[in-house]
Ligand binder design. Structure first.
Ligand code: NAD
Length: 315
């Protein structure tokens, strides 16, 4: 029997790529409910999923910020049966907090964190009843580690991670699986939009030093970080499919091996200073210290490799 997969935020990027990848599965194991907030933005998905529409894929409206829309969408699926939920919809926000309004920050939390909460309030009870289901969440490496000028975005992904870590314990009792997918930089609309918002941001509320740091250090390096470390949405979709198909899927999975040495720094120092010092040196003294840090990071690679193979204990 086909597994029903509900995916949020499928009009672009990672959500679109996952929807297409699963719908085009040669073994036809999935029925994909590809959802998006605004159905008028479905053209790219329809084009990429050619031949799947009405067969292995259906497109539905779902706004993760609207309970009513989630309820309507889930109720329109036969028996409300969601075997796999991929919580992908999300948004970014960069810049000095002095230049962001609390309303802007709340929108990020409402989408990235409460969006997931709303989905699970609707879908989890059914999964518990059936004692089966896999909840896959597109988190981020910023769910593990904060990055300069991504304060609120990182906070929203930390919220997601803390929420899921707590829920995973209960889920085990119901034989449900939870997996956090943690991509590093991915080249999508997200990255372009966040960058353009950064370029046009009104920095007048920030002091000169902070404004310069944002423009001349952060934004200046932004593109090159995505160019050198960036993955494609299809890469992330491939990782996500492997996690979905895994017999014993891990709770956390980082998709970008170039990035894992950075996240490993967090676990290497219980005091928490090592990743902060390393980021500081990479950002502000990279000529002098970058190579030294890189060598150190290479030394730590074995730990991240090891964490890649870890599964979840059997219930
Ligand atoms: P994207 O902007 O292409 O996709 C995000 C999608 O979410 C869009 O289609 C957007 O319309 C949708 N969305 C936003 N608010 C919504 C709402 N209220 N209801 C329904 N849909 C909504 O960017 P992406 O890179 O594909 O992002 C997908 C996920 O991946 C996000 O959760 C993001 O945080 C995460 N992520 C992205 C990167 C990256 O570098 N691009 C890195 C790590 C994690």
């Amino acid at each position: 029997p086909l597994k029903n997969v509900l995916i949020t935020g499928c009009s672009s990027g990672i959500g679109l790529a996952i929807a297409v990848k699963l719908a085009k599965d040669e073994q036809r194991r999935f029925k994909v409910y590809a959802t998006m907030r605004n159905l008028s933005k479905q053209d790219d998905l329809v084009a990429a999923a050619e031949g799947c529409m009405g067969k292995t894929m259906e497109i539905k409206q779902l706004d993760v910020c609207c309970e009513e829309s989630i309820k309507n969408c889930v109720s329109s699926i036969p028996d409300r049966k969601v075997d796999i939920l991929v919580s992908n919809a999300g948004m970014g926000l960069i810049g000095p907090i002095e230049c962001q309004t609390v309303d802007q920050m709340k929108t990020v939390m409402d989408t990235n964190f409460f969006g997931l909460v709303r989905l699970l309030k609707e879908i989890l009870p059914d999964m518990k009843k059936r004692k089966s289901g896999h909840i896959v969440i597109i988190s981020s490496v910023m769910g593990i580690q904060g990055i300069l000028f991504n304060d609120v975005y990182a906070a929203s992904k930390f919220a997601v991670e803390g929420f899921c870590e707590s829920l995973a314990i209960q889920a085990l009792k119901f034989k449900l699986q939870l997996s956090l997918i943690e991509p590093g930089p991915v080249v999508t609309e997200f990255e372009k939009k966040v960058y353009e918002d950064g370029l046009t941001m009104d920095l007048s509320a920030a002091d000169k030093e902070t404004a310069e740091m944002f423009t001349n250090v952060y934004l200046k390096n932004y593109k090159s970080i995505f160019q050198s470390l960036g993955q494609t949405a299809e890469d992330v979709a491939e990782h996500t499919m492997k996690i979905i198909l895994a017999e014993n899927p891990p709770f956390r999975h980082q998709t970008n091996t170039l990035y894992t040495p950075m996240t490993t720094l967090k676990y290497a120092d219980p005091n928490g200073d090592l990743p902060i010092d390393t980021f500081y040196k990479m950002v502000f003294q990279h000529d002098k210290v970058f190579n030294a840090s890189l060598n150190f990071i290479k030394l730590l690679r074995w730990r991240s490799k090891k964490s890649f193979d870890l599964g979840k204990p059997q219930s």
